[in-house]
Design a protein. Sequence first.
Length: 281
Amino acid sequence: MPDRRTALAVAAAVGAARRYGVPADAPDVLADRSNVLVRLGNVVARVPATTALARPDAADWLARDVSLASFLARRGAPVVAPTEDPPAGPHLVAGLPVTFWRYVRHDPAAIPAPGEVARSLAEIHEAARDYPGPLPGDGPVAELYRLLDLVTRDLGDAAPRLRADADRIAAEIAAAPGPRQVLHGDAHPGNLLATADGWRWIDFEDTWRGPLAWDLAVLSRTDRLDGAAAVAAYPGAPDAGALAPFVALRALFGVCWRFVIARRTPARLGEARAALAGYLR
């Protein structure tokens, strides 16, 4: 049964659609995780759900998603594009930001080969290299600290250990050599769709300017395919030592995020506690 946040997200999607004459009598929820994705004919509305718990400025994140994806689509990069008619947004409805995307038929069961993920991600990075829009420079590091503040009480006695780990990892990343570039921000295969026109990336709301190692660390930790093989296939990938602090950041981020999920869905608190226990081992 949909929770209150899902119902509010669907209502916001419908409200935004009606504002622009998009058929909205039969909304179809395609996904309900960090964001709620609602199909409205040939348009998909994206509305924050779990992310709204951790991001009071969620509209800014969705605006970056639309801006970068639009830029990449114009360059012919392998992405799902936002809509132009209706305007992509974000549109604010009852306090919730809504963005509009083209509906693209895809096979949710398809798994890309590691080399395919590496090739298409490299295309994204190359096309995004001269993106002119403003982006955060601290990305997941800043968000990790926000998550720790949010879930500190849930972490119990482990909170000081996790905060100390965050401080150590943040210092290592700040000292990491090499250039900063435009990143996808959440480059795992779940954000890569198998369409009739080939593999297409979605979900750029976590984009930031940082070391390439972050996107590859995210990819390395996927359980959908051989992440290590995908990283190895990426042209000029950093070595394991250079990736290590970013892999550690992703692992700690994942633990904290599970507790945010449990804030929305208390029945999943056991999963969060198990993830914390696994991290502490």
